[in-house]
Design a protein. Structure first.
Length: 733
């Protein structure tokens, strides 16, 4: 076989490589710009989650510039932002749109401004930027026709920048509302370090709010020692000197040691360029610490909800962890002086001892405190009792730990249901966390559902939810995760999860029926009534005896119009024959049936229905003696008559449901009836977002109660858990 040899050919390959590795030469000098339309297409992946969040970018611009004052002036179709003390040069205005792209060396405030302009252009007709410089006034205009830079005046004025957002006429929401929707984002700017005025009215901003009244100890964090000393007499401290004073090159604010309920309520607030970005309460692993922290050096994402967890973020979190540990150590130095707060700190102390990250001196102080508290045997909070069980288990007393956990489950299951019925969701959040830990320690397959229950409660309380939901292969859990995504306005993710559950091989008729019904509601909320009608019919085949579905179909048919009146009447009659019997709701359904079925009911049928409803109502009033409460709710106007203003009607509908939840309970039969009826009335008013929120809240509450009721009893063996759970699920529906 011949071998072919390839020669270098006079070193041409080497010359070619040397040419590639040599430095380039500059052929021309200039700037590179692209049109706004091309930039918008290129940056589509990096848009803000809500274009109206451009308002936050304006505040971030003012803080990072910095400026003396930011004023906002509103008109029916226009918002004007005036940055007092900000000057943008003509050369910067000419290349302002290029600051969208990474790698461009630009001042931080101009990057924030450019991102805000790009977001506003998604729905604005025109955005203009006017700025005074040494050469005079210049105006930069962005519109569908492109970008235009032109001089306004020759003479220079005081350093000022004015940004004007002019909206399109087809934004119909503006004509129904007295307030621009983006002004709702003002709440995220309440800790901005500048003066903000909206239509000449000052917006109250507070750099550091007062310490919570429940504060036990607090730590002062500042960038310099001088600031730390000045914070000792700061008005927010209420005259209480900090127990810990620390410095950080880029961080300022305070941390407080308090009880768990206060810590959950206040959270750990990060402020980035004047905007509240994230509340990672669990980041420190210490659930009795909250505070407010200003840090502009961290890198935030475009959703304004979180930081990029780079090395800088990890270093800040580690610094805060050490500061929180120092606070706990100070608390444990003198246990007798703060005996009333023992129950709040026990769980945190046990966690710190388990982690093994304490310094020797800290470990000695904290361990001595834990031994003293354990020897006293004083009654602790539920979470502390759970940690005490782990403390006993590590001491070799496993039987005592198991008994303590089982007794804790018995006590907390009843307490959780009581908190749920009374609407005490903040306390219920803490109970669910203890239940999750107890089930996990007992190796019961229930901790994941309790984790889902915690997410439900956080959503109902308006707290920030976890960013990533876990994957599950269980059909019912998939539907519950879909409801949570629906609550977060992730309709695409909700539909995907519902379809995954419906296609699951282990999905029974009940789970399939629920999934189809939820999909029907999603179609209805998107005003696709034909698809919703078909899905409701499919759900009825899977759920042939569910009263809630019949009521929902009845209201849906009524919503569709007079042509479907006979079907609405038919569903109402079937709802009266449902499994659940309640005299109050039965009476209301009879009134609905009389209204809808005037041409269908005979006199004898009408008399029989009226007699039965009156008898059941009187029997209920005599047995329970709650006539005043029921009559008070009966007087609430459930119709759309008697009101003229759309906003008043919407408020009235939502308040009626809130009153039912307070008076009867979140999932009581009347509350469900009232919520369902108000949902369809809100649809008639065009308040689709409010209706979807109200309907989804009802489902979250029902599944949350189902999870709590489904909690196994302590004497239940894990092997029998699945069978008993299936029986409980069937009975609860």
């Amino acid at each position: 076989m011949e071998h072919t040899t390839v020669k270098d050919g006079g070193g041409e390959l080497g010359l070619f490589i040397n040419k590639l590795s040599s430095e380039g030469t500059i052929e021309s000098d200039g700037t590179f710009t692209i049109s706004p339309s091309t930039a918008a297409k290129t940056m589509q992946r990096f848009r803000l989650p809500d274009p109206q969040m451009y308002f936050l970018q304006m505040v971030a611009t003012a803080v990072s510039a910095p400026v003396l004052e930011l004023t906002v002036e509103t008109a029916p179709r226009t918002l004007k932002f005036r940055f007092h003390g900000l000057e943008i040069q003509e050369q910067e205005l000419a290349v302002l749109d290029s600051f969208l792209f990474p790698g461009v060396d630009a001042p931080p405030h101009l990057v924030e401004l450019t991102v805000g302009i790009a977001a506003a252009l998604n729905f604005a007709e025109e955005v203009t930027v006017e700025s005074s410089s040494v050469n005079g006034w210049w105006r930069l205009s962005f519109s569908a026709q492109g970008m235009r830079l032109e001089p306004v005046a020759d003479q220079a004025g005081a350093p000022t920048c004015i940004l004007t957002v002019r909206k399109r006429r087809e934004v119909r929401a503006l004509w129904r509302s007295q307030r621009h929707p983006e002004l709702a984002w003002l709440e995220a700017c309440r800790h901005a370090p500048l003066s903000i005025k909206v239509d000449k009215s000052p917006f109250p901003t507070e750099l550091l709010p007062p310490l919570p009244l429940e504060t036990i100890l607090w730590a002062s964090i500042s960038t310099t020692k001088l600031e730390a000393e000045s914070s000792l007499d700061a008005p927010f401290s209420g005259g209480h000197a900090p127990s810990v004073v620390v410095e950080h090159p880029h961080l300022s604010g305070y941390l407080v040691l308090t009880n768990r309920e206060t810590a959950y309520r206040h959270g750990l607030i990060f402020v980035h360029r004047g905007l509240i970005i994230h509340r990672p309460l669990i980041d420190l692993g210490t659930h009795v610490v909250s505070g407010i922290l200003h840090c502009d050096s961290l890198k935030k994402n475009l959703s304004h909800t979180d930081f990029v967890e780079d090395a800088n973020f990890q270093a800040v979190r580690l610094f805060l962890k050490h500061t929180a540990t120092a606070l706990v150590t100070e608390f444990c130095r003198d246990p007798q002086a703060r005996r009333e707060h023992w129950k709040y700190l026990w769980a945190t102390v046990v966690n710190l001892l388990d982690e093994g990250v304490l310094e020797p001196q800290q470990d000695t102080i904290i361990r001595s405190w834990a031994t003293l508290v354990h020897e006293t045997g004083e009654s602790q909070s539920p979470f502390s009792s759970l940690q005490k069980a782990r403390f006993l288990e590590k001491a070799g007393r496993g039987d005592e730990a198991i008994r303590l956990r089982r007794n804790l489950l018995v006590q907390l299951k009843a307490e959780a249901l009581s908190c749920f019925e009374s609407g005490q969701f903040l306390k219920l959040l803490e109970i669910c966390e203890v239940l999750k830990g107890a089930c996990s320690d007992l190796q019961w397959p229930y901790a994941e559902e309790l984790r889902l229950a915690e997410w439900y409660i956080q959503g109902l309380l308006g707290l920030e939810l976890d960013r990533v939901l876990q994957d599950s292969d269980e059909p019912l859990t998939l539907h519950r995760l879909a409801l949570l995504r629906r609550w977060q306005n992730d309709l695409v993710g909700a539909i995907e999860a519902h379809l995954k559950a419906l296609e699951h091989s282990e999905a029974d008729a009940l789970v399939r029926g629920w999934g189809i019904r939820y999909c029907a509601e999603l179609e209805f909320s998107q005003e696709r009534y034909g698809q919703a009608d078909e899905l409701y019919k499919m759900a009825e085949l899977e759920l042939p005896r569910q009263r809630d579905l019949w009521e929902e179909c009845a209201f849906f048919k009524r919503f569709l119009g007079q042509a479907h009146r006979d079907e609405s009447f038919s569903y109402l009659k079937r709802a009266l024959e449902g499994v659940e019997v309640d005299s109050f709701v039965h009476w209301l359904l009879v009134e609905e049936l009389k209204k809808e079925g005037r041409s269908f009911l005979t006199r004898s049928e009408l008399a029989a229905l009226q007699t039965k409803s009156t008898y059941l109502k009187l029997k209920r009033l005599l047995e329970e003696g709650d006539q005043a409460k029921i009559e008070a709710c009966l007087k609430e106007n459930l119709d759309l008559s008697g009101w003229t203003a759309r906003e008043d009607l919407m408020t009235r509908k939502i308040e009626a449901v809130q009153q039912a939840e307070r008076s009867f309970g979140p999932t009581y039969l009347y509350t469900r009836y009232c919520r369902r009826r108000c949902v369809y009335q809100l649809h008639r008013l065009g308040a689709l977002k409010e209706a979807e929120h109200l309907q989804c809240r009802g489902h979250l509450l029902e599944h949350l109660r189902m999870i709590l009721v489904d909690l196994p009893s302590p004497d239940l063996k894990p092997a029998l858990y699945a069978r008993e759970r299936g029986a409980t699920l069937a009975s609860s529906t």
